[in-house]
Design a protein around this ligand. Structure first.
Ligand SMILES: [Zn+2]
Length: 268
């Protein structure tokens, strides 16, 4: 599988839309890897993970053809991941398709929000629940329970194809024990993990700072959840985490974790 990180920013992006913080100011001045759009990824140009408000800009800038998508998997309903209005452009009258050309997978709230917004529209919707795998073409996708919100079952995804396994772990705090138990011994070949809070941990436990992110990865390696040579990349960096790209890179390198950036791609 080939994974492309289309966006690696937190909910308000970097520079944050109205951000007056150090990292936002640095990003405005220096650009490059410090510019982060809202988090999203794409597997084999076909399987889209989340569809946020920066989707159009990401597609245009990264030379992606959204007509090739066969599925969009939503991690949860937060608006930096689910931009309801972007879905309409895949249907008549914007295009001549009789129905939305990709299947949408999401938790019950995601499905409910889409049905409510587009009650009569032809959309294939598949409801996900934690630990129940779904087969989409040659991909087996297993949602696991993220630690993110008390009132919504938010998901991280294990995506498997041809014996290769990839874990997409955005918008989660430190995993609950049941998740470690489920992942133990899975020998996942690559992982993308969130590091929203960088150097500035907040009281909210639905995201991780750098120390927690490193601790989680170490634990997954020790449990055999990650294969011994598994590649690990970060995503969902918030400006409020007070870490520039270079600072993240330096802090993560000793732990054999690569600081993610918009446009990064890798083979699983
Ligand atoms: Zn988010």
């Amino acid at each position: 599988m080939k994974v492309l990180l289309m966006g690696t920013g937190g909910a308000d992006g970097v520079p944050a839309l109205y951000g007056d913080d150090r990292v936002s100011c640095y990003a405005r001045e220096h650009g490059g890897k410090d510019i982060r759009t809202r988090s999203a990824a794409l597997i084999d140009l076909e399987i889209k993970l989340d569809l946020g408000p920066d989707t159009l800009a990401q597609v245009q800038r990264q030379g992606i053809d959204a007509r090739e998508w066969s599925a969009v998997f939503f991690t949860h309903s937060d608006e930096d991941h689910l931009c309801l209005s972007e879905i309409q452009y895949g249907m008549f009258p914007f295009v001549e398709c009789e129905k939305l050309e990709y299947t949408i997978y999401g938790n019950s709230l995601v499905c409910e929000l889409i049905r409510h917004r587009y009650p009569e529209w032809p959309i294939d919707l598949v409801e996900l629940s934690a630990y129940r795998s779904v087969q989409h073409e040659e991909y087996l996708v297993t949602p696991i329970r993220a630690t993110h919100k008390g009132d919504e079952e938010c998901h991280n995804f294990i995506v498997e194809r041809d014996g290769r396994r990839f874990l997409y772990a955005t918008d989660t705090g430190f995993y609950q024990q049941e998740v470690f138990d489920f992942l133990a011994g899975k020998q996942i070949h690559a992982m993308v993990v969130e590091c929203s809070d960088g150097f500035a941990k907040t009281p909210y436990n639905g995201h991780m700072d750098l120390a927690q992110c490193v601790e989680l990865v170490h634990r997954l390696r020790n449990d055999g959840a990650l294969a011994s040579n598994a590649q690990v990349f970060t995503t969902h960096h918030a400006a409020g985490g007070n870490a520039t790209y270079a600072e993240l890179e330096d802090a993560l390198r000793p732990h054999e974790i690569v600081a993610g950036y918009d446009g990064l791609s890798f083979e699983v």
